[in-house]
Write a protein that binds this ligand. Structure first.
Ligand SMILES: [Zn+2]
Ligand SMILES: [Zn+2]
Length: 107
């Protein structure tokens, strides 16, 4: 499985969405970002819609509010400290329309 990572553009470019970040190298919008403008992290933006579709194969979240865990975020990495607190019976695939976990965004 390809490891996904957050990236965004540091500058508004013609035809590119600024204000979003991408997760996949093969995202059509993400590919339009020039190498010199591409930087890692979410930049505090929301997830690109095309990447959100693709992220379903990687993302997971909890179906219930658990003590000590954020129920409004989703995770991308198995080794995320917060994601690991989700018990298997509460773990659901997909983003759950939450936002990306801060720790996963930095990994
Ligand atoms: Zn994207
Ligand atoms: Zn996480």
């Amino acid at each position: 499985m390809a490891r996904v990572h957050a990236y965004h553009t540091t500058t508004p470019e013609h035809g590119a969405h600024h204000g979003v970040y991408h997760l996949h190298d093969d995202c059509p919008s993400g590919k339009r970002i020039k190498a010199e403008h591409r930087t890692s992290g979410t930049g505090g933006h929301r997830l690109c819609e095309e990447c959100a579709e693709l992220a379903h194969s990687h993302a997971y979240h909890t179906s219930t509010a658990e003590h000590g865990s954020h129920h409004d975020v989703y995770h991308l990495y198995e080794d995320c400290p917060d994601g690991r607190r989700i018990t298997p019976e509460h773990r659901v695939a997909g983003t759950g329309r939450g936002r990306l976990c801060d720790k996963c965004a930095e990994m």
